[in-house]
Design a binder for this molecule. Sequence first.
Ligand code: ATP
Ligand code: MG
Length: 155
Amino acid sequence: MILTEGEVVRWGRRIGREVGTPVFLGIRGQLGAGKSVLARAVARGAGVEGAIPSPTFNLLFRYPARDGLEVVHLDLYRLRDPDELFELGWEELGHGPEIVLVEWPERAGDHLPEDRWDIHLSGLEPGSQRRMVKVHRVGTPPHLPGFPVTLEQNS
Ligand SMILES: Nc1ncnc2c1ncn2[C@@H]1O[C@H](COP(=O)(O)OP(=O)(O)OP(=O)(O)O)[C@@H](O)[C@H]1O
Ligand SMILES: [Mg+2]
């Protein structure tokens, strides 16, 4: 589907408010596609207050959120090797009450969890304020609020 920035933000906030946990959202797309816009909206919806800077160099930021859960925001763009994931505590992610938001999930190679949502954002044409948003369910993640139109994928 095609969404304006306002619609991406509204959808993200709804995900943050309503999604069950643990849940892992891989957010794909080129530089400037809107991955951080979506991730921040999810975090806000989940009740994260204050600044939500891009985890460009730290790779991972963790925030307290609603109902005692936590939002974990990762940006793997600068990951040099999937082995670095283990230094970040990757294996412990997504088992407890967490919303895990991962920009550039493809950098994690084979290490993505079996149950997840893959969300792909892409620009329609240069300068456009609208994005094509595609959602793939992988495995059996919790229901993704506000997006009944999903394609299934088994890999
Ligand atoms: N429909 C839209 N959805 C999301 N962002 C949009 C949309 N239309 C325009 N934008 C703009 O596109 C930019 C997206 O920036 P953002 O930091 O979210 O990109 P990103 O995908 O996280 O890039 P990076 O790979 O550098 O982390 C913002 O400036 C935002 O205002
Ligand atoms: Mg980003």
